[in-house]
Design a protein. Structure first.
Length: 131
Protein backbone atom coordinates (compact mmCIF):
# COMPACT_ATOMS: atom_id res chain seq x y z
CA UNK A 1 0.00 0.00 0.00
CA UNK A 2 3.02 2.28 0.18
CA UNK A 3 2.74 3.32 -3.47
CA UNK A 4 -0.86 4.41 -3.00
CA UNK A 5 0.05 6.33 0.15
CA UNK A 6 2.99 8.01 -1.58
CA UNK A 7 0.85 9.06 -4.53
CA UNK A 8 -1.77 10.54 -2.22
CA UNK A 9 0.74 12.72 -0.37
CA UNK A 10 1.00 15.39 -3.08
CA UNK A 11 -2.77 16.03 -3.34
CA UNK A 12 -3.08 15.98 0.45
CA UNK A 13 -0.23 18.48 0.84
CA UNK A 14 -1.75 20.65 -1.90
CA UNK A 15 -5.32 20.73 -0.62
CA UNK A 16 -4.35 21.10 3.03
CA UNK A 17 -1.81 23.80 2.23
CA UNK A 18 -4.31 25.62 0.04
CA UNK A 19 -6.86 25.66 2.88
CA UNK A 20 -4.46 26.44 5.74
CA UNK A 21 -2.06 28.90 4.06
CA UNK A 22 -4.62 31.20 2.41
CA UNK A 23 -2.54 34.33 2.89
CA UNK A 24 0.04 33.03 0.41
CA UNK A 25 -2.48 33.68 -2.37
CA UNK A 26 -1.24 30.70 -4.34
CA UNK A 27 -3.67 28.87 -6.57
CA UNK A 28 -4.24 25.12 -6.26
CA UNK A 29 -1.78 24.08 -9.03
CA UNK A 30 0.96 26.07 -7.29
CA UNK A 31 0.17 24.20 -4.09
CA UNK A 32 0.49 20.95 -6.06
CA UNK A 33 3.98 22.06 -7.10
CA UNK A 34 4.82 22.88 -3.49
CA UNK A 35 3.48 19.46 -2.44
CA UNK A 36 5.60 17.79 -5.13
CA UNK A 37 8.71 19.61 -3.92
CA UNK A 38 7.92 18.50 -0.40
CA UNK A 39 7.51 14.88 -1.46
CA UNK A 40 10.76 14.89 -3.44
CA UNK A 41 12.59 16.31 -0.42
CA UNK A 42 11.13 13.67 1.87
CA UNK A 43 12.11 10.93 -0.58
CA UNK A 44 15.66 12.29 -0.89
CA UNK A 45 16.05 12.35 2.89
CA UNK A 46 14.64 8.81 3.01
CA UNK A 47 17.34 7.67 0.58
CA UNK A 48 19.94 8.41 3.26
CA UNK A 49 18.59 5.46 5.25
CA UNK A 50 19.70 2.94 2.59
CA UNK A 51 23.48 3.47 2.71
CA UNK A 52 23.26 3.94 6.46
CA UNK A 53 21.47 0.64 6.85
CA UNK A 54 24.03 -1.12 4.67
CA UNK A 55 26.92 0.45 6.57
CA UNK A 56 25.33 -0.47 9.88
CA UNK A 57 25.09 -4.11 8.83
CA UNK A 58 28.68 -4.27 7.59
CA UNK A 59 31.27 -1.89 9.04
CA UNK A 60 29.74 1.06 10.89
CA UNK A 61 27.57 0.04 13.83
CA UNK A 62 26.92 3.63 14.96
CA UNK A 63 24.35 4.50 12.27
CA UNK A 64 21.59 4.11 14.84
CA UNK A 65 22.61 7.52 16.21
CA UNK A 66 21.66 9.11 12.88
CA UNK A 67 18.24 7.48 12.59
CA UNK A 68 16.47 9.90 14.92
CA UNK A 69 17.82 13.07 13.23
CA UNK A 70 16.87 11.65 9.82
CA UNK A 71 13.34 10.86 11.02
CA UNK A 72 13.09 14.37 12.48
CA UNK A 73 14.23 15.81 9.16
CA UNK A 74 11.54 13.83 7.33
CA UNK A 75 8.85 15.08 9.71
CA UNK A 76 10.06 18.70 9.72
CA UNK A 77 10.79 19.02 5.99
CA UNK A 78 7.19 19.95 5.03
CA UNK A 79 7.22 22.73 7.62
CA UNK A 80 10.55 23.99 6.26
CA UNK A 81 9.19 23.94 2.69
CA UNK A 82 6.10 25.92 3.62
CA UNK A 83 8.17 28.30 5.78
CA UNK A 84 10.38 29.02 2.79
CA UNK A 85 7.34 29.60 0.55
CA UNK A 86 5.62 31.84 3.11
CA UNK A 87 8.59 33.91 4.19
CA UNK A 88 7.37 37.23 5.53
CA UNK A 89 3.64 36.42 5.25
CA UNK A 90 3.13 35.00 8.74
CA UNK A 91 4.57 35.67 12.17
CA UNK A 92 6.43 32.78 13.77
CA UNK A 93 3.49 31.91 16.01
CA UNK A 94 1.04 32.20 13.11
CA UNK A 95 3.16 29.92 11.00
CA UNK A 96 3.76 27.48 13.83
CA UNK A 97 0.09 26.72 14.48
CA UNK A 98 -0.53 26.39 10.75
CA UNK A 99 2.36 23.96 10.34
CA UNK A 100 1.18 21.89 13.30
CA UNK A 101 -2.35 21.87 11.90
CA UNK A 102 -1.00 20.82 8.48
CA UNK A 103 0.90 17.89 9.97
CA UNK A 104 -2.04 16.80 12.16
CA UNK A 105 -4.42 16.91 9.21
CA UNK A 106 -2.00 14.88 7.12
CA UNK A 107 -1.61 12.34 9.90
CA UNK A 108 -5.39 11.96 10.34
CA UNK A 109 -6.00 11.74 6.60
CA UNK A 110 -3.28 9.14 6.14
CA UNK A 111 -4.69 7.05 9.00
CA UNK A 112 -8.13 7.25 7.42
CA UNK A 113 -6.79 6.29 3.99
CA UNK A 114 -4.86 3.37 5.45
CA UNK A 115 -8.06 2.16 7.07
CA UNK A 116 -10.01 2.46 3.82
CA UNK A 117 -7.26 0.78 1.79
CA UNK A 118 -6.96 -1.98 4.37
CA UNK A 119 -10.70 -2.52 4.22
CA UNK A 120 -10.81 -2.58 0.43
CA UNK A 121 -7.91 -4.96 -0.08
CA UNK A 122 -8.59 -7.40 2.72
CA UNK A 123 -11.48 -9.74 3.34
CA UNK A 124 -12.68 -7.86 6.43
CA UNK A 125 -16.34 -6.92 6.31
CA UNK A 126 -16.06 -4.18 8.95
CA UNK A 127 -14.04 -1.01 8.85
CA UNK A 128 -12.19 -0.35 12.09
CA UNK A 129 -9.94 2.65 12.39
CA UNK A 130 -7.95 3.02 15.57
CA UNK A 131 -7.48 6.63 16.60
Amino acid sequence: YIKVMTLTLVPLFAINGWVIFRRLRLNLPEHFILGGITLVGILCISLLFVPGYLLERTVWANFSYLKLPLLAAIVLFPAWTYRTASRGKYSFAGFLWRAILLMLLLLLEMMFLLGVIGHLFTANSTLEIIL
